[in-house]
Design a protein around this ligand. Structure first.
Ligand code: UTP
Length: 295
């Protein structure tokens, strides 16, 4: 196989309403909620850069400007920090090469599939990555990030890839689920996709997590696609149409996924990240033990 076109662009759909986090998300985008000292969107952008992605496309909506500001130069802040001899390296991850951050608007939140379609002109005719920033993907020790694992798989097989993980069978009906074909280590051929199936109808317990590499043809499928589950334009339905037309694989992520779109997932992620951080693990562990002892 000739090497597939490189993945240079990533779409970050951040136009959702974040209703599960109201009132916190009334004026602050969900993607700006911090896990310790980095907003969720920063974790996703760091993961994209590690995977070699250059251009970041944010699909935003009303009230989401803070996300773009976060990646802008903050002249007064930096000048004042300089005057006070404060190190600026803490801001380094927020710096984006000029021209490499593009925003498009999704005027009405009609669903994830519709949000991706809104980026079609900027994506153009090349394969691209998608990150759902409220799914925090933390790689196992010694492994690379989720998207880098996916890009490595893509370099071998090309086509379309989604990240998956195993969940207990009773949980499948909350997610997009794959019908698995041949397996080769972490790589599984995808023969079908179904959004939020009933437990009895689920073709596996491998759920789609929030990372994708898709071919640009998906935009043409989305163009004419009607609403699906929950009355929203579903990305899963569009991807299902691509199966059989183009190679389609799933990569089982070597790491953990935290659903930061839910309150308990957010708390779990905060604790898990704190317990991994050298600067605070010791203190947080002692604090958690004390709190649990009080329950
Ligand atoms: P969610 O299903 O988590 O929806 O979207 P949400 O609106 O963000 O949150 P809740 O359910 O109301 O609490 C998954 C991802 O898709 C984006 C969201 O911003 C999030 O990153 N999204 C969803 C859009 O960009 N547009 C949409 O129309 C729907």
């Amino acid at each position: 196989m000739t090497s597939p076109k490189p993945i240079r662009k990533a779409v970050f759909p951040v136009a959702g309403l974040g209703t599960r986090f109201l009132p916190a998300t009334k004026a602050i985008p969900k993607e700006m909620l911090p896990i310790i000292d980095r907003p969720l969107i920063q974790y996703a952008v760091d993961e994209a850069r590690e995977a070699g992605i250059e251009q970041l496309i944010f699909v935003t909506g009303r009230g989401k400007t803070a996300i773009v500001e976060h990646f802008d130069t903050a002249f007064e802040l930096e000048a004042t920090m300089n005057e006070r001899d404060k190190a600026l390296d803490v801001l380094e991850p927020t710096r984006i090469q000029p021209g490499n951050l593009v925003t498009v608007r999704q005027q009405v939140p009609l669903g994830l599939g519709h949000a991706i379609w809104c980026a079609r002109v900027i994506v153009g005719d090349e394969p691209f990555a998608i990150f759902l920033p409220d799914e925090l993907m933390i790689a196992s020790k010694g492994s690379t990030g989720c998207m880098k694992q996916m890009v490595e798989a893509y370099d071998r097989v090309g086509g379309n890839l989604i990240s998956v993980l195993e969940v207990p069978e009773e949980e499948v009906s909350s997610y997009g689920v794959i019908a698995p074909g041949k397996r080769d280590g972490a790589l599984t051929e995808v023969t079908g996709l179904v959004e939020k199936p009933k437990r009895a109808d689920a073709p596996s317990n491998l759920i789609i997590s929030g990372r994708y590499i898709l071919q640009p043809e998906v935009m043409r499928v989305l163009e004419t696609q009607g609403k699906g589950a929950g009355g929203e334009v579903q990305l899963t339905d569009a991807m299902a149409q691509m199966i059989g037309q183009q190679p389609f694989h799933a990569v089982t992520f070597a790491g953990k996924r935290y659903d930061c779109g839910s309150k308990t997932g957010f708390v779990e992620a905060t604790l898990a990240v704190a317990l991994e951080r050298e600067d605070m693990a010791h203190e947080v562990r002692a604090m958690a033990k004390r709190l649990l002892g009080e329950c």
